[in-house]
Design a protein around this ligand. Structure first.
Ligand code: ADP
Ligand code: MG
Length: 475
């Protein structure tokens, strides 16, 4: 690198630093490398096309002022884009600066030397949902550590989360994987980590994202030919929190890209936090190399809260809402709703609502009424694993048989029933159901659902199976 290029750039940087948010400075200016200086033309290298477009859109004035201060009114800037040919491995730099094609500083006549053949610079890579990427962490501040009540069921996970939050990337809990059933606080805890980090370290770039959304973004990026920009964006983070990673099962493309992002972040001491509805050993259709990385750090389980913890969660919720309820009513609710915290909160919220709408006191009777209705009305979310277990138990076969490739009629029927109930009782897509039930494709699942519908009409014995299983699956 040319000495004078870097000294000019250093001076520009110190000017820029004084004029923008530290976060933005870190995100958009620190990764830039000065390459050379010829007279009044400074060449800088930026990590991606996206980066270049962002600079042009948001910081062109600032850049211009900074550069003109150093190099005079005729100052010019040339961008070159660093091309990443391999991920997590060697990085090849490609400079491609056509002569006679010096970029000016005004947006109209900027011509960045792009390696890609697509000339459309006016189409910046926009990550859906993330407009303002230097600040938007997508965190929900009402999910914090203060209102995440500690109990035996969550002690390990909660303390690990606290440790990670006070030293992101600096503990052996990297990645931290929080797993447990529905409504036990995974999302809450994941946000709490991010919220706490943002409070302690304002400069750190934190991003919370649901695995489902991550997948959508990735698919979008592939469509738009901006896969590298997508990867690059994620590799810039200090803390990446991905919720519900089980959603990645069967999605090999997304797993692959996540693998590279993960490696990069991990190698650079950045923190990764993951949540999942099952332990790594029980995850299906997640590549082995990814699973092994999940196990590098700590997997901490959130279990069902015991009675005492349920009581303290309820009391805390009431306290925060400024409502007081008799202890025996609280105990009644805590005793009867044990499945998860979300339902517990749901019941107490309807209790408060009932009493305030109808201006009645919250008595044990009212509680009984509501808890009954609540328990009855709550459709328990069943998992595809659970459905497969119930169906295979019912037909007295093991899950491997149910998932096997055999074409024996009663096994095929059992498998089709499992698919049918998975479609009916879960929100999973056909493709995801297929991949979890014996690695079939979505067309097979669709066919299974139709077959079950037809047979229920025409075959009495079969209808009985459907009814029995329905009953077993809906308590
Ligand atoms: P999950 O992501 O595991 O399905 P959530 O994080 O969405 O569960 O939690 C469901 C609800 O229960 C949320 O409103 C959350 O605030 C609450 N909750 C869970 N665990 C606790 C806890 N230990 N203390 C207080 N609230 C909790
Ligand atoms: Mg959740």
């Amino acid at each position: 690198m040319n000495i004078s290029a870097s000294s000019v750039w250093d001076k520009c940087l110190s000017f820029i630093k004084d004029n923008i948010q530290p976060q933005a400075y870190k995100t958009w200016f620190l990764p830039i490398k000065p390459v050379r200086l010829n007279d009044n033309v400074l060449s800088i290298e930026v990590p991606s096309k996206f980066f270049y477009e962002w600079l042009e859109e948001h910081y062109i004035k600032l850049l211009k002022t900074a550069l003109q201060k150093e190099l005079g009114d005729e100052a010019r800037l040339i961008y070159s884009i660093r091309m990443e040919n391999t991920f997590g491995g060697k990085v090849a730099f490609t400079e491609n600066i056509p002569s006679n094609n010096k970029a000016g500083l005004s947006p109209q006549n900027v011509e960045a030397p792009l390696n890609s053949h697509s000339p459309e610079l006016k189409n910046p890579f926009v990550i859906p949902g993330i407009k303002n990427l230097q600040i938007e962490s997508q965190l929900n501040p009402s999910y914090n550590f203060d209102n995440f009540l500690e109990g035996d069921s969550n002690r390990l996970a909660r303390s690990a989360a606290l440790a990670v939050a006070s030293k992101p990337g600096g503990t052996s809990f990297n990645p931290l994987l929080i797993f447990g059933g529905v409504g036990l606080g995974k999302t809450h805890l994941a946000h709490a980590i991010g919220v706490d980090i943002k409070e302690k370290y304002q400069d750190k770039t934190v991003l919370y994202i649901a695995a489902e959304k991550f997948t959508q973004q990735y698919i979008e990026a592939v469509k738009k030919n901006t896969r590298n920009d997508f990867i690059h964006f994620y590799q810039l983070l200090d803390v990446l929190i991905i919720d519900d990673v089980q959603f990645l099962s069967g999605k090999t493309g997304t797993q692959d890209v996540f693998f590279h992002i993960f490696n990069h972040l991990h190698q650079n001491g950045k923190q990764v936090v993951l949540t999942s509805d099952k332990a790594p050993v029980d995850m299906q259709d997640i590549e082995q190399r990814l699973l092994s990385r999940f196990k590098w750090g700590l997997s901490a389980e959130l279990q069902l809260p015991n009675f005492e913890t349920r009581i303290s969660i309820l009391k805390n919720k009431l306290y925060r809402d400024g409502v007081s309820i008799n202890d025996d009513v609280i105990e009644y609710v805590a005793k009867n709703i044990k499945t998860n915290v979300r339902e517990l909160e749901g019941a107490i919220i309807s209790l408060i609502a009932q009493s305030s709408f109808n201006k009645v006191e919250i008595t044990q009777d009212l509680a009984q009424d509501i808890v009954m209705k609540f328990v009855k009305n709550t459709k328990r979310e069943v998992s595809i694993d659970y459905i497969q277990k119930v169906v295979s138990d019912y037909f007295q076969m093991d899950i491997e048989t149910l998932q096997s490739k055999t074409r024996r009629r009663h096994i095929v029927q059992a498998r089709q029933l499992a698919m049918y109930f998975a479609k009916k009782f879960t929100k999973a897509s056909l493709a995801s159901i297929g991949s979890q039930i014996g690695k079939r494709d979505h067309a097979t699942v669709l066919h299974a659902c139709k077959t079950v519908d037809n047979l229920t009409f025409t075959d009495k014995q079969f209808r009985k199976y459907v009814e029995d299983l329905s009953q077993k699956l809906t308590p």
